[in-house]
Design a binder for this molecule. Structure first.
Ligand SMILES: [Fe+2]
Ligand SMILES: [Fe+2]
Length: 259
């Protein structure tokens, strides 16, 4: 089976990129499951009900989140009522929503999906390593394929997570930095890995934001009101090919293009 994982969808431009390209990719690459990180889909902050509807109509089957989970308050209702949206598992214990799910594909294959968030340069949260350890063991009882979105800032934490879960999950993909890394590969024990999928959103931007405002901030050191960038879009993701009987990843293919 093939899974297309799409990096942080930012704003209207990112959502439009999904409408334009997900269907084509699904058919041309024979994709069985499309997962996207939606934490910035609402104009950079959180995911509203209308963003959720647009992303699913555009062909996204499952949505993960990150540090911007609470950017739009409708997310609490979405997390409660929609089976295909999860937030980081290692958020504090009383946080609404779920941090993992098991879905059944039309082929009958059961896929477990886990969303984790890093501890370095992020708000306080529980250990993603301990949370992953427990959850992977739990999901392995029902799911032959397990996918992990590790939403984290620093490369070392993400690389360590890849090795920590190597052989126990089918793929670990990083999100959050909005910059795609070129290290997609299969680890020694069969786990597909990439440090960061990158961003699906405004191409001429600093991580999705208006570049002139960010440059001005660096030039002056003064606080600036950030604005989402306009213009042409870019699409970032990675396709993992997985042998569903063994759970091993057999191929990874990075996707990066600008309009
Ligand atoms: Fe993001
Ligand atoms: Fe993030």
């Amino acid at each position: 089976m093939k899974v297309l994982c799409i990096g942080d969808v930012v704003s209207r431009i990112g959502r439009d990129m999904l409408f334009k390209y997900v269907d084509d990719l699904r058919y041309s690459c024979n994709i069985d499951l499309v997962i996207a990180n939606g934490e910035n889909s609402n104009h950079g902050r959180g995911m509203t009900r209308s963003c959720y509807s647009e992303m699913t109509r555009a062909g996204v089957d499952f949505i993960t989140l990150g540090n911007h989970t609470w950017g739009a308050k409708e997310i609490i209702d979405i997390l409660k009522n929609e089976h295909n949206v999860i937030r980081p598992l290692n958020f504090p214990g009383k946080t609404p929503g779920r941090g993992s799910a098991v879905i059944t594909l039309s082929s009958g294959v059961k896929v477990g999906i886990i969303n984790l968030i890093g501890q370095t340069n992020m708000a306080p949260c529980n250990s993603p390593f301990e949370a992953a350890d427990r959850e992977v063991e739990r999901l392995r009882k029902t799911a032959s394929v397990i996918l992990v979105d590790f939403h984290a800032e620093v490369t070392s934490e993400k690389v360590a997570m890849g090795y920590f879960l190597d052989g126990r999950v089918s793929a670990v993909f990083g999100t959050h930095t909005h910059i795609q890394t070129s290290d997609s590969k299969i680890l020694n024990e069969g786990t597909g890995y990439i440090t960061d999928l990158g961003m699906t959103g405004p191409a001429d931007s600093v991580l999705g934001m208006n570049k002139n405002i960010i440059i001005n901030r660096f030039l002056t050191g003064m606080p600036q009101k950030f604005e989402i960038a306009n213009g042409r879009g870019q699409f970032c993701g990675c396709v993992f090919t997985i042998d569903e009987s063994s759970g091993r990843c057999t191929d990874t293919e990075r996707i990066y293009f600008e309009e």
